[in-house]
Write a new protein. Structure first.
Length: 479
């Protein structure tokens, strides 16, 4: 096949005259419209954070409302001191000190709360927040072009949804997703039992998550069974309207977050600005965006405002079809390996409470005690397919946010044991929740293999790019 063959050229359609079909892209509203379904928010977590962390750290501006500003640039030096990587991050306006983190702060919310998130942007380009795996109204779904996009001109948009399934989700900008998600504009969204932010353990552990462990007796003392028909919504004791908030949940002592990600540093070099691939302006020969006319190129390129969408657009040459990861991360912790290598992340990584909705002690690498229940939440945020292999038998209790064997999905699946050494395959954006409860000490590693997104090579082999090792240490209890 030859690209000089005219038959292989793809004709680009002009969109001049089609602005009506693209209104949300060109002129997104800056304010939250008056929606008939809008309810008063009931999320207790912002107030909990203010109370627990102190107003010097976290001060609520709008009661019961989570805030996210998109986007803040963050430059991080690579582990090998070879390059600066540009990240796109959220900032929480209520967080007095925070200035953007990779990945974004984890949002925890009790099941059933009316969740509001005020999302503010500083576009153009506009942004969205997509609540991956939640089921909001279309206006609140946060998919670019298909729902509200947030420009920088107004007061932002308040997303509304009610999370109804306890589990592991994430949120991300869904505008120019190949760039904005890939550059780090995402965070975890964890749905917890309705009473998760009440009582003495609200800011720590143990906590509970959804599971059906009726076939796994080693969790019997930590597990509350539920009604096979009613699930979490109905009566255990026969009293409709008085459901047990812990039906079909298990108590866990230790929580670890494995957000598995990769970066192509060439993308960072060539599209360091969110305006890359946004119409308007011009790109210099070295690929950098300029609001000014660029006169040193040959021929000179005038930077024009997009008064006539589809006519004035100027885009750089594309490269987002060609992803070549060269840096890898586990929940923001660099994997110190180059392509083809194997390396462990260090031990002792703990997520600060301000980045975990006020809950202190969430781990990355696992450090637990014998007989403790360890919950590992795994997200594949990489562009590539990955495989996760544990050094110990684990029980997979949930997949993509939905707990296996828990009504209303109980008839179609069940929690299952994944034997030590068995690779678990994941494609992009997928999640699973795994439980470990070991009766003997462990000092080992889980392995995460990152494979090329390009699929099998001509020999039929899918290239392995890098292997990350995550420490799993389970000790005898300290005396
Ligand atoms: Cu964005």
């Amino acid at each position: 096949m030859s690209f000089s063959n005219p038959a292989h050229r793809i004709v680009r359609k002009r969109i001049a005259g089609m602005q009506g079909a693209w209104t949300k892209m060109w002129d997104p509203p800056g304010e939250t419209p008056a929606l008939p379904e809008r309810l008063a928010p009931t999320n207790p977590v912002p107030a909990f954070m203010e109370q627990t962390l102190g107003q010097d750290v976290f001060r609520v501006d709008t009661p019961n409302v989570v805030q996210r500003r998109l986007l803040h640039g963050l430059t991080l030096r690579t582990w090998d001191d070879a390059k600066d990587l540009e990240f796109m991050t959220f900032r929480d306006s209520d967080d007095r000190e925070g200035d953007g983190h990779f990945p974004g702060a984890t949002i925890r919310v009790p099941r059933g709360a009316i969740f509001h998130c005020l999302a503010q942007a500083s576009g153009p380009p506009p942004h969205t927040i997509h609540w991956h795996g939640q089921e909001p109204t279309p206006m609140n779904d946060g998919v670019g072009h298909c729902s509200m996009e947030i420009d920088g001109g107004g007061n932002g948009y308040t997303y509304q949804l009610q999370p109804n399934f306890i589990g592991t989700y994430f949120y991300h900008c869904h505008r120019n997703t190949v760039q904005h998600f890939e550059f780090g504009l995402y965070g975890m969204f964890l749905v917890e039992p309705p009473d998760a932010f009440e009582g003495p353990n609200a800011g720590g552990y143990p906590r509970r998550t959804a599971a059906n462990l009726e076939n796994f007796s080693k969790f019997d003392d930590k597990y509350v069974d539920g009604d096979a028909t009613w699930g979490v919504a109905g009566p255990l004791d026969g009293a409709l309207g008085d459901p047990d908030p812990h039906a079909f949940t298990v108590e866990y002592d230790v929580e670890a977050l494995w957000v598995l990600d990769d970066r192509d540093s060439v993308w960072s070099d060539l599209a360091s600005d969110a305006k890359a691939f946004y119409p308007g302006g011009a790109f210099t020969e070295d690929g950098h965006f300029s609001d000014e006319a660029v006169l040193d190129t040959n021929p000179p390129v005038a930077a024009l405002p997009v008064n006539r969408p589809g006519v004035d657009d100027q885009f750089p040459k594309g490269f987002f079809h060609d992803f070549n990861a060269d840096y890898w991360f586990v929940s923001g912790v660099p994997v110190p390996a180059h392509k083809g290598g194997t390396a462990s992340i260090p031990s002792g990584n703990v997520v600060p409470a301000v980045l975990n909705s006020g809950v202190a002690g969430m781990q990355v690498d696992v450090n637990a005690e014998v007989d403790q229940v360890v919950l590992i939440r795994v997200l594949n945020a990489a562009y590539n397919r990955i495989e996760v292999t544990f050094p110990v038998d684990v029980v997979i209790i949930a997949f993509d946010g939905r707990a296996l064997g828990v009504p209303p999905f109980a008839r179609y699946n069940h929690a299952f044991e994944l034997k030590a050494g068995t690779p678990y395959h994941m494609s992009t954006a997928r999640r699973f929740d795994a439980l470990i409860r070991s009766s003997s000490p462990i000092n080992s590693f889980a392995e995460v293999k990152f494979f090329s997104a390009k699929g099998p090579n001509i020999q039929g082999v899918e290239p392995l790019l890098v292997t990350a090792r995550i420490p799993i240490v389970i000790n005898e209890p300290a005396l």
